[in-house]
Design a protein around this ligand. Structure first.
Ligand code: COA
Ligand code: MG
Length: 237
């Protein structure tokens, strides 16, 4: 099963709340949260950790503070003690999302802005670019391809060490979104799913050894107050 969780940033944010809540995440993450200049960026990173903490607690009974977050050489975080608990986090604008699977998984959310088609032509494969220019809303189509491709990069965990032209995303007749290796012209063992969350956001998840029906139909929404409660915050309403 590929699970997806989503949380929205609260309207009201404060440095005091940030400091109080980030005490509940591992020390190295606290340090990172403190380094952001903008409060919004710090909240996004912190909510990612609180969301992970919430799900980990639910699945294993252990909180994030009691485990170690390791990183692969490309920076993909993972929990060494829980190999069957594979996860990935993404944040953009007012959303923080987390995907969960027992195999490598990647997730990407992006707030839709204007996308320069010349950049799209350069970044994406000819197949992907052709799909974009034939779509009704080219801007949305660019972000659709972007998030799908990035969810694959993040699932593999190598980031841009995988060239963007070395694979394409392909929407099959049965609406299954597959990843095709451009050199071998063969599909790889990852499939993707898109979720609609808001008109101006795109969200994609990519999972290894998954079938279309393994993906949750909708993301599970966890509100910020629920996250605060799950860490036993006595100040929350
Ligand atoms: N693989 C998978 N996940 C990673 C990762 C990696 N190599 N490195 C970090 N992450 C996770 C972390 O949990 C991180 O959260 P944190 O910053 O709070 O620690 C989270 O991914 C960030 O994801 P997202 O919000 O989607 O960030 P991003 O879009 O700014 O960056 C990365 C994505 C992290 C993979 C970045 O290293 C990268 O490669 N960016 C390139 C993006 C790009 O060009 N995409 C092309 C799409 S066509
Ligand atoms: Mg991203």
């Amino acid at each position: 099963m590929v699970e997806v969780y989503i949380c929205q940033l609260p309207e009201k944010k404060s440095q005091a709340e940030l400091e109080m809540l980030s005490e509940r995440v591992p020390d190295e993450r606290q340090k990172r949260i403190r380094q952001f200049f903008h409060l919004e960026d710090a909240y996004r990173a912190m909510i990612g950790d609180l969301l992970l903490n919430h799900v980990l607690q639910e699945k294993t009974g252990t909180g994030l503070k009691d485990t170690v977050i390791e990183k692969n050489v490309y920076g993909k975080p993972f929990l060494y003690d829980y190999p069957a608990f594979q996860y990935n986090i993404s944040h953009s604008g007012k959303y923080v999302v987390c995907a969960l699977h027992d195999q490598p998984v990647g997730i990407d959310v992006e707030k839709v802005q204007s996308f320069d088609l010349r950049i799209a032509k350069h970044l994406f494969t000819g197949f992907e670019y052709r799909d974009i220019i034939h779509s009704r809303n080219k801007n949305l189509a660019c972000f659709e391809i972007w998030t799908l491709k990035e969810s694959y990069l993040k699932a593999v965990g190598k980031g841009l060490a995988i060239p963007l032209h070395s694979f394409r995303v392909k929407n099959m007749d049965n609406n299954q979104i597959e990843i095709v290796d451009m050199e071998k012209n063969e599909k790889v063992d990852f499939i993707c799913k898109q979720y609609t969350i808001a008109a101006d956001y795109k969200l994609a998840v990519c999972a290894k050894r998954a079938k279309k029906n393994d993906f949750a139909e909708y993301p599970a929404e966890i509100c910020f107050d629920e996250l605060r409660r799950s860490i036993g915050d006595e100040y929350c309403g």
